[in-house]
Design a protein. Structure first.
Length: 92
């Protein structure tokens, strides 16, 4: 129990400000479904987070890059990089 292959869910793109999250119903036939956690406008892309969105950008980006092989350039990451850069402020 606790494992499954959900090819449709694998097509959902990432955002550090996701508007959805995956939910699961276990049983004889496990089911994955998408729960909207924010208001979604008609035509807006549904997104989920591939990682811990509570972490700062300088931690999120390297983790996503090493586990999912892409550099996150979502609106939140771009906004946070412009505001504070990728340098961990505690190292200053």
């Amino acid at each position: 129990p606790g494992e499954g292959v959900f090819p449709e869910g694998a097509l959902t793109n990432h955002s550090c400000s996701p508007n959805c999250q995956f939910m699961y119903r276990l049983g004889a036939t496990p089911l994955q479904y998408v729960l909207c956690v924010a208001e979604v406008a008609p035509g807006e892309e549904l997104t989920v987070s591939y990682g811990d969105v509570t972490r700062p950008v300088w931690e999120r980006r390297p983790r996503i890059e090493s586990s999912h092989w892409f550099r996150c350039s979502c609106a939140r990451c771009e906004r946070e990089v412009k505001r504070q850069g990728l340098l961990d402020p505690s190292s200053l």
